[in-house]
Design a protein around this ligand. Structure first.
Ligand code: AMP
Length: 416
């Protein structure tokens, strides 16, 4: 599945491209068609799965199909100001080339801030992102024009209930028009969430994005390198550690072929495994690997599911896998049954954002091992909010202006 399959407007597609999103994540693939169809949604998904874009994209698409009339169309309620800011940033990036406007309202104790929020809310943004307490106050004072509201999103609903926002949410619901589309996202589904879902959602479609976790006994580590250090590092590690059975994953057929050629040239007992290989050859390579006649198998992701070999000593991710599920799946090839195993991942500069997303999903950072000095300096491993930064850079390069809102308004990035 690609983003083209959703039939998005070309300006929205430009935003997606500028953020560097190539393929929809699992939750996006499942949720976007349902939201576009108009269904209510109850989604069990954690941060890191791409859930924010799963609700922002179809909502922006639906708003771009309408004329702007100065009324709020979507309300996104979140537990914390940090999350409100994060969603607002993604909103800015995704909607940059469209004419959809947004504001984030997350309050604070400063009185002048409240006045600015009030002004911003009255000026009629299409999408409002807010924390429950602050929103309840503004709704109570009638600053928020919700009579034509079409979408309500409750994000991280379980966290909002943990923080004691249940009553505020119920109060907020009482201000909203009855006819609207409701989307609820939660990392867990305790009974209180089901209760809130019953109150809020109408015949919801349900999605459950289960995140598996790697087995505890797998020793995981990662090397932060420049791209041209990857091949020398593989050779060094393989020489140093003397494993019997090593599975190396690459993201493309070409890198499988290149790496295998290099390893063979350096005298390693390696073979390649990818979809171009004839069935007969595939079977022979796999059999040799199982029987330990072959030490190193260099394979593409696609083929990883067909490799059922016990007792692999090391899984080496030559490229960072596409997402957390792929990572867990790849490294799960080691430490099968009773044995322990090791998994190591090479991260080049471009892949840092992707790996940080995986770490977020795993719930903890993976240990970064020391790259041997002989390979020279290595890049720093730095926090990437890659959507905003990459997106922005591209926006500036393109030098495009945001199009004016059809039918009036058009005010963008109104900040409280
Ligand atoms: P979220 O679960 O919404 O917090 O998203 C986690 C991270 O995944 C954010 O850094 C997003 O920018 C990134 N992300 C979301 N969707 C995609 C995608 N389709 N491709 C690549 N990265 C994505």
């Amino acid at each position: 599945m690609t983003f083209n399959d959703f039939g998005f407007d070309s300006q929205l597609m430009e935003g997606i491209e500028a953020l560097g999103f190539e393929t929809p994540t699992e939750i996006q693939a499942q949720a976007i068609p349902l939201v576009l169809k108009g269904n209510d949604l109850l989604a069990c998904a954690q941060t890191g799965t791409g859930k924010t874009a799963a609700f922002l994209l179809p909502i922006i698409q639906k708003i771009t199909e309408q004329k702007h009339d100065g009324f709020i169309k979507a309300l996104i309620i979140v537990p914390t100001r940090e999350l409100a800011m994060q969603i607002d940033q993604m909103m800015e990036g995704i909607s940059y080339f469209t004419s959809v406007s947004s504001i984030a309202v997350y309050g604070g104790s400063d009185g002048s801030l409240f006045t600015r929020e009030k002004q911003a809310l009255s000026s009629g943004a299409d999408v409002v992102i807010s924390t429950p307490g602050r929103l309840k106050v503004h709704l109570g004072m009638e600053h928020v024009r919700v009579e034509k509201l079409e979408f309500l999103v409750l994000d991280e609903a379980d966290r909002m209930l943990d923080m004691g926002f249940y009553d505020d949410i119920v109060k907020i619901l009482s201000y909203l028009p009855e006819k609207r589309q409701n989307l609820m996202f939660s990392a867990t589904m305790p009974s209180k969430i089901r209760e809130l879902a019953l109150k809020t959602l109408r015949h919801p479609s349900e999605i459950n994005i289960a995140i598996s976790r790697p087995a505890e006994k797998i020793k995981q580590e990662a090397y932060v390198v420049y791209d041209n250090q990857k091949i020398p590092l593989v050779k060094l590690l393989l020489k140093e550690k003397q494993y019997r059975s090593i599975l190396v994953f690459c993201s493309t057929k070409q890198s499988v072929k290149d790496l295998n050629r290099e390893l063979k040239r350096a005298g390693f007992n390696a073979e390649e495994f990818h979809s171009e290989l004839e069935q007969r050859n595939r079977e022979k390579v796999l059999l040799d690997f199982k029987n330990r006649k072959l030490n190193i198998l260099v394979a593409t992701d696609i083929m990883s599911r067909g490799i059922d070999v016990e007792d692999i000593d090391l899984v080496l991710n030559y490229d960072v896998p596409h997402d957390g599920e792929d990572y867990v799946h790849r490294i799960g090839r080691t430490a099968r049954a009773e044995s322990d195993g090791e998994a190591c991942t090479f991260i080049n500069e471009k892949e840092q954002g992707k790996f940080q997303r995986i770490e977020k999903l795993l719930g903890s950072p993976v240990f970064k091992a020391h790259v041997p000095k002989i390979l020279g300096d290595t890049p720093a491993y730095t926090e990437r909010s890659h959507d905003r930064r990459n997106g922005r850079r591209k926006f500036f390069q393109k030098g495009k202006k945001k199009p004016a809102r059809q039918g009036g308004g058009g005010k963008k990035f109104i900040k409280p």
